[in-house]
Design a protein around this ligand. Sequence first.
Ligand code: IPD
Ligand code: CA
Ligand code: CA
Length: 263
Amino acid sequence: MGIAEVHPFAKSIIMEAGERIRHSFSEKWKIETKADANDLVTNIDRETELFFIKKIKEFDASFKIFGEEGMGEKIDSLDGVVWIVDPIDGTMNFIRQHRNFAISIGVYVDGIGKLGYVYDVMRNQLYYGIDGRGAFMNEVPLKPLKPISLEKSIIGMNAIWVTPNKKIEHEPMIDLIRRIRGTRSYGSASLEIASVACGRMDAYISLRLSPWDIAGGAIIAKEVGAITSSLKNELINLSNQDTFIVANPGIHQEIIENYIKLK
Ligand code: IPD
Ligand code: CA
Ligand code: CA
C-alpha cells in the first residue's frame, strides 16, 4: 500500500476526533499544568491522543506514533512510518477561547514528510498536504505562493520577542516590525503555519517549537512553496525542540539574514 492510500483513513480519524472534541464542550474537563504554570493539558488532550493511537494501531500495527502527551511508544528514530501527533495544538485557546486550536498530524516515512494535516476543529476546516500532490483546505487546492516583499507582509510572532529577552536580540525584531505591514499572534503554531500556506500571513516565527507543532504544517507549507527552516536556516528538526520559521519564498532569507540575531 502506498502512503497516499493512508490519506482517506487519516482524514476520517481526524474528523472523528474533531467531533469528539466538539462534543467534549458539554463535559467538565480536568485541567492540569505540565512544565510550567502556563503549560496546560486537559483530559481531552490525552484522550484524543489515545484515540489516535488505538485507531492507527488497528489500521496497521507497524505504524509508530510520536505524540505530544507521550501516550504512544518511545521513538528513537524516524525509521519506518511515524505519525507525529499533537492532539490539541493551542490548548490554552481550547480552554479559554473555545476556538483557535487544531489537531496537527504529520505522517513521515523514513524521516520524509508524506501526509500533513492541520484541522481547525471549531471552523471545521481541514488543511492537508500530500507529498508531491499539493495542498488543500476542505478539498479546495491551495494556490502556490507568489513571492511577496517585506513591506507588504503580515508576520506571525509572539510579542515577547520585541522586548528584552534571553533568546534573541529584540532591536532587529523592532526594525522588522517597523518595516512590515503588521503582526498577528494566534496561539496555535499549526494554525499559524496553515495561515502562511494559505497566504493569509506571510511568515510565522517561533523561538521554540516541538516536532508535533510543525510536523503536519511543514508538509502543507512545502506543497505551496513556503520555506521552512530553523532560525539558523537549518533543516527543521523533528527529534527535538528548535527555533522555527515558515515564510513566503520572497522574504524567508531576508528575515533570517537581516533581522534574526540569536543570542
Ligand atoms: C503550543 C502552541 C503555541 C506555541 C507553543 C506550543 P500546545 O502548543 O502551538 O502557539 O507558541 O510553543 O507549545 O502546547 O498548545 O500544544
Ligand atoms: Ca502544540
Ligand atoms: Ca498540544
